[in-house]
Design a protein around this ligand. Sequence first.
Ligand code: MG
Ligand code: ZN
Length: 223
Amino acid sequence: MTHKIIHLNTDILKKNEIIAAENRALFGKYRILAVNLLSSPGAGKTSLVVQTCTRFSMYAKFSITVGDLQTEFDAKRIAETGVPVVQINTGTACHLDANMIQQSLKELPLNATDILFIENVGNLVCPATFDLGEHRKVVILSVAEGEEKPLKYPPIFQGAHCVCINKVDLLPYVDFDVQQCRDNLSRICPQAEIIECSCKTGEGLKQWHDWLTRQWTTTINVV
Ligand code: MG
Ligand code: ZN
């Protein structure tokens, strides 16, 4: 029985990898930097997307694919910024897969996109397993959670190119030790850029945008 389940999973992941490679080729063709945003529910993925589109749309053309089990609340919030957005309702699936992304790309203006944000389903576990064809993974961790999260969910942090410690405006009101969190992150994902930010006050968002711009330049605009 166990044996069968393992085979099934391998098969699903193999199919996913093939479609992820197709997505990656499409991003290359259209010179799009694809960024997969990962976090627990409520850490601020949608807020980060909304703030980025509101503040930095004069520097880059953004498009968004947003995943949730149900509802279109997040897509509506994002659409208010005027940026193209597709909502994917995954039903019962607690992660996005490469095929869902491929479908969403048919609805987005790829000709007019520099950076695609993929807002994954709020979940720190299985999104780590599914390659979407993205160039960068960003994990968002809010100070309303715990600084031990990187130790509890290592796979998702190990794959991160950047970790945003969000909601730093709440630091006076919560028991969150930023230095401890940074120490945990440097153990689990020493490669990741760490950005302390607040989508409410705007703190750290310039650093976030600078990081994004650098990723676009080094990945897409390579001479
Ligand atoms: Mg959201
Ligand atoms: Zn899942």
